[in-house]
Design a protein around this ligand. Structure first.
Ligand code: ASP
Ligand code: MG
Length: 447
């Protein structure tokens, strides 16, 4: 079997839902389970309504309620007809009126607990998947609609619930029965407690749902359908000549996620990767494009992507007391820990330590405490540039090529990660974009 997950933008209207169903129909022989997000922007719309309800402002809520209703009804009218449309109208009206009653109730109480939030949020996915399922029926597909809350069982941590993995796996195997030729449609993101109260898995949770279902059913692959051609070699908004990466390891994808390559968050696909199930990131707009395959292990080594992050602060700490002393680093890290400041890169020599941080809320206090035993020098407006790829250091030419590109760039810090997959450089922020471009031209430009 395979799992196909469609994100909000991939089911944003009737045409896109049809594209998603074209993609699924072409793979019907692989016993597909289609997991969908709410239609694009619906979750945000519901959140907005909840905020208004919480202050009892139903007046301003009304146009948003109409928007929610129209969006789903118009989609139904656009691609359903006859008896299927009649049933769809009944179902959508039922969901929408439940939603509205709940919202009105909350506005009267002027409260919106996390538990109520989840109940309301769940309607986004329940509406979208109802439409998808009716449309599949209209197109003559053999379709089974499943409510994910019957098999995705979570704790009671509303709005970012954690699945009870063993129980969910057992239920998934009991309830979700993929068969070649049949399409199963279900919701991402939503789940329920053991006693049947609706929960959600946190924003973007649909990828996680897909990955859990795929892992439980030993899927051949999990396909994440989005609106870009997979994971890119660099940020296409800033760098020219960017292309998509055909395959990448889970760990490489993790390094990229830290730098904001938000196509998929590695944590959400971990259940599939742990079972050696490949996760494919594909473009609904361009299904023929290979996209990116994320796997646990790949044989290939070499540079995959270059990313960067701005607004980094570099702290250089030096002290002659460090010479041959022990406990010095622990003293430094204790100070960061005390001030709940996370350290990203570090590099040390015998008498100095360089550290980068992002959160500068406690910078002054940290500096003050450290000044007691060391010289501290802070450089704001720095950027981290990160070259990500498996076993970079094994290629002896790699580092020399990096440094030849950087001849005229004032590199402030270098760290070749112990993970073997990340060479990070700190440069002044004003040099960030041009440095990434130069490195990308050298290593990753399309041939
Ligand atoms: N609809 C939810 C969100 O927008 C879950 C998801 O799309 O993954 O966050
Ligand atoms: Mg998403």
């Amino acid at each position: 079997m395979i799992v196909l997950k469609f994100g909000g933008s991939s089911v944003q209207n009737s045409e896109w839902i049809d594209k998603a169903l074209d993609i699924t129909a072409a793979q019907l022989n692989k016993a597909p389970v289609l997991v969908s997000s709410a239609m694009g922007k619906t979750t945000d719309l519901i959140l907005e309504m909840m905020k208004l309800a919480e202050i009892g402002d139903m007046n301003n809520c009304l146009p948003l309620m109409d928007e929610l209703k129209n969006k789903h009804m118009q989609t139904a009218y656009a691609f359903l007809s006859g008896e299927v449309l009649e049933r769809a109208e009944v179902r959508l009206n039922e969901l929408l009126s439940q939603f509205i009653s709940l919202l009105k109730g909350l506005s009267l109480l002027k409260e919106c607990s996390p538990r109520s939030k989840d109940a309301l949020l769940s309607f986004g996915e329940r509406l979208s998947t109802s439409l998808i399922s009716y449309r599949a029926e209209e197109r003559g597909m053999d379709v089974e609609f499943l409510d994910a809350r019957t098999f995705m069982i979570s704790d009671e941590n509303f709005t970012s619930a954690a699945l009870l993995l063993e129980l969910s796996e057992k239920k998934i195997k009991e309830i979700v029965k993929p068969v070649a030729g049949k399409l199963i449609v279900t919701q991402g993101f939503i789940s329920s407690t053991e006693s049947g109260v609706t929960t959600t898995l946190g924003r973007g949770g649909s990828d996680y749902s897909a990955s859990i279902i795929g892992a439980a059913l030993n899927a051949e692959e999990v396909q994440i359908w989005t609106d870009v051609n997979g994971i890119m070699t660099s940020d296409p908004r800033k760098v020219t000549g960017v292309r998509s990466i055909s395959s990448i390891t889970y760990n490489e994808a993790g390094e990229l996620a830290y730098f904001g390559a938000k196509v998929v968050h590695p944590a959400t696909i971990q259940p599939a990767v742990r079972k050696n199930i490949p996760v494919l990131v594909k473009n609904t707009r361009d299904p023929a494009h290979a996209g990116t395959c994320i796997e646990a292990k790949l044989s290939g080594i070499g540079l995959k992507a270059i990313t960067s992050k701005k607004d980094i602060t570099l702290i250089n700490i030096s002290s002659s007391k460090m010479l041959n002393a022990y406990g010095f680093l622990s003293k430094i890290f204790n100070i960061f820990e005390k001030h709940q400041t996370s350290v990203d890169l570090i590099s040390t020599s015998e008498v100095s330590v360089s550290i980068t941080i992002e959160n500068t809320d406690s910078l002054e206090a940290i500096k003050e405490e450290m000044s007691v035993f060391a010289n501290v020098c802070v450089e704001k407006n720095s950027s981290i540039i990160s070259l990500v790829g498996q076993d970079l250091w094994k290629d002896s030419h790699f580092t020399s090529r990096v440094f030849s590109v950087l001849q005229d760039t004032p590199v402030r810090m270098i760290s070749l990660g112990s993970s073997d997959i990340n060479l990070s450089l700190v440069v002044p922020m004003e040099k960030q974009d041009e440095t990434v471009q130069k490195l990308h031209d050298e290593f990753l430009k399309e041939a």
